[in-house]
Design a protein around this ligand. Sequence first.
Ligand SMILES: [Cu+2]
Length: 205
Amino acid sequence: MKIAVIGLLTLGALTVSACKENKEQTANTTMQHDMNGMKDGETMEGMSMNENMTVVEAKKSSANLDNLTSNYMQLTSALADDNAGEAASSGKDMVQSLAKIDQTSFSTEQKKEYADIVAEIKEHAEHIAENAGNIEHQREHLDLLSADFYDLVKDFGASKPVYKVFCPMYNDSKGAFWLSSSKDVKNPYYGKGMLTCGEVQEEIK
Ligand SMILES: [Cu+2]
């Protein structure tokens, strides 16, 4: 059993490295503190200040990425439900949302940041859309896609708080994170096999 699982993970790692592109994460983490911060009412709601959770303030600008973000949230919830078909259609929706994003309100810096991320998001979304028959492969792409979304949310903000949740077991115990609109842990990498495995590490707002 254990051996079978390890074998599967190894196979998974090989498959994904075959199809993932070379990922250069530009460490563009400079943050602007030029906003007045939080909207009243939505700030500390439900927040009990977990032990290790950090709160990060993102740049705010684009409500126009909200559809894309909600496609991502649908994707994670489909995978947490072990529903590969629904995950595939979230991937398809994501590709469509990408096509509709209006960059006219982006700053020059944001246009550059967006250009760096968008091609990767599109590729992962397409692979997820095409793999309704292979949920493990969809999950491998979620791992990579989540890193892109993390950058996106940091660069552009989100209209509601976004939580970074870490699962230490995925990827042969290298761990993987996903983003969530809630602090409730519903693990998209394992679904009902290990639904509540994960720890909220960060709130981005
Ligand atoms: Cu793929």
